[in-house]
Design a protein around this ligand. Structure first.
Ligand SMILES: Nc1ncnc2c1ncn2[C@@H]1O[C@H](COP(=O)(O)OP(=O)(O)OP(=O)(O)O)[C@@H](O)[C@H]1O
Length: 482
């Protein structure tokens, strides 16, 4: 895309790359204009004129040399700007080299040098909007070998997720940034999320490096910073969720299946799989995805074989979990309600994957009805899927059958995480998917840094408010009754 066509793109400019006059007079520099960065739009720089937005034909420049993007958790948060080095010859920020394949969080006024092409000064267009959370909530800035920043990656029911930097000896390379989820805890109780995550190690499961608790009952969970935003934002490019091509959906589903097969083999059930909890490393097709938010995950490896607590997000929740359409029923609700039906098992995650697959292929949530919680719960219980609508016309029969096999109300007939790999939709493309997985996904993940266990249990919010659900409500709420 020529530079000036950026002007025609609608949307708010979140950042700008201002060229510095380093290479202005050289032949290599054909593109000497400011580069705007919009939400949900990658800016690729390199030699390949078909793939890149800014083209530098110099032989030392890689086909795609580097790319820039901005992630904004919601309209109240400050955008996070990233650059990823995809080159052979490298790029640097403020004189420090990026490792090959490294993604780096940009700061206002950073200078990014692309040798033999251009140097840019990055300017953030939206700066700190909110007051400093660290001070407001009394978080500890220095935690062992880490230093918290005031950058907020996201917030949820249980806590806030900030950017943290590891304190390391200066080297010639850019240091990595991490995410730290901070949760208010009840003292001396065990935190399940941290405990579960510390023992897991899989390319498609969020990697936790260390946990720490301060004297104000805050638990800090230091983990990889996943830089491409969540799947909800990726699909919500306009005012509604847009479907993605079947091949792109397949690559995501294949990775979720790998994660679920691993989790279930470890006795862990996620119980809150949804678009918001699937994070992307880069906001583009064929990127590595990571399952996050294990706040209500269950570890069945010790004693229980089935679960009875009604928990999750109704829009994604399997009918056997036991959400009730009638709010009044919750007043009398107890574990016995799902005990009647012998509880539920790990296949609840496969139902949620069915909802996610349905949305990715059509842009529509399968049981949404009039959008009320009652209607979603009733529709899911009946389990009728209408695949005669126009949204399904371009979707293959194999893909439809896969979605049906997961959104199966009869749990015994529903596919589990191992058998899902044998479904014709996956099996037919398995060779290709495996190749992408081995070549692109696994090499992109890095090993865990350190390991430590804690003994804290989170403090649940006093009241969990139930409001009518909406597919556009990013922070779709969870209901925990037990
Ligand atoms: N490691 C990470 N890297 C990047 N972003 C993250 C990371 N962890 C969480 N986030 C962002 O922060 C948001 C909130 O995190 P998380 O879902 O873990 O919190 P929560 O309090 O458990 O949320 P919920 O209300 O869904 O239970 C996520 O939706 C995601 O956008």
């Amino acid at each position: 895309m020529a530079v000036n066509t950026f002007e025609s793109l609608r949307g708010q400019v979140l950042g700008v790359l201002e060229p510095l006059p380093v290479y202005r007079n050289q032949d290599v520099n054909e593109n000497f204009a400011a580069v705007p960065i919009f939400k949900n739009k990658l800016v690729k720089i390199g030699r390949n004129s078909r793939e890149c937005d800014i083209i530098f034909p110099h032989p030392s420049i890689s086909s795609i040399h580097c790319m820039f993007w901005a992630i904004r958790f919601d309209d109240d948060s400050v955008p996070m700007h990233y650059v990823k080095d995809c080159s052979l010859n490298g790029i640097s920020i403020n004189g420090l080299l990026l490792k090959r394949g490294q993604t780096c969080l940009l700061e206002d006024e950073d200078v990014i040098a692309i040798p033999n092409a251009c140097e840019y000064r990055f300017q953030a267009k939206i700066k700190m909007l909110t007051s400093d959370l660290i001070e407001q909530l009394g978080f500890q800035v220095n935690v062992e070998n880490w230093r918290l920043t005031s950058k907020v990656v996201g917030s949820g029911t249980f806590g806030h997720v900030l950017v943290a930097n590891e304190k390391a000896e200066p080297t010639r390379h850019q240091p990595r940034s991490y995410a730290v989820k901070i949760i208010k805890m009840k003292p001396n109780r065990l935190d399940k999320e941290a405990k579960i995550l510390l023992r897991l190690d899989h390319p498609n499961v969020i990697k936790v490096h260390m946990t720490f608790s301060d004297d104000r009952n805050h638990l800090y969970i230091f983990q990889d910073l996943i830089t491409g935003g969540d799947l909800f934002s990726y699909l919500a490019k306009t005012d509604c969720l847009s479907p993605i091509p079947e091949t792109e959906a397949l690559v995501i589903i294949f990775q979720i299946l790998h994660a679920l097969k691993y989790l279930h083999s470890q006795g862990v059930v996620h119980r809150d799989l949804k678009l918001d909890n699937i994070l992307l490393c880069t906001p583009e097709p064929c990127t590595r995805i990571v399952l996050a938010d294990f706040g209500i995950a269950k570890d069945l490896s010790t004693k229980h074989s089935r679960m009875h607590t009604v928990v999750g997000t109704p829009e994604y929740c399997a009918p056997e979990v036991g959400f009730k359409a009638d709010r009044a029923a919750y007043k009398e609700f107890s574990r016995a309600a799902t005990m009647e039906q012998h509880g539920y098992d790990a296949k609840c995650d496969l139902w949620s994957l069915g909802v996610i697959a349905h949305i990715m292929l059509t842009g529509i949530s399968p049981f949404y009805g009039d959008g009320s919680e009652a209607s979603i719960i009733c529709n899911a219980k009946i389990g009728n899927l209408d695949m005669s609508t126009k949204q399904w016309t371009k979707v293959s029969e194999h893909a439809k059958s896969f979605v049906r096999s997961l959104l199966e109300t009869n749990v015994t007939k529903r596919l589990d995480s191992s058998r899902s790999f044998q479904h014709p939709w996956i099996a037919k493309h398995k060779g290709h998917l495996e190749k992408i997985y081995q070549k692109k996904i696994i090499p992109d993940s890095e090993p865990r840094q350190s390991f430590e266990e804690t003994n804290w249990k989170r403090k649940l919010p006093k009241s969990v408010k139930l409001s009518p659900t909406s597919v556009m409500n990013k922070k779709a709420r969870k209901l925990e009754l037990s």
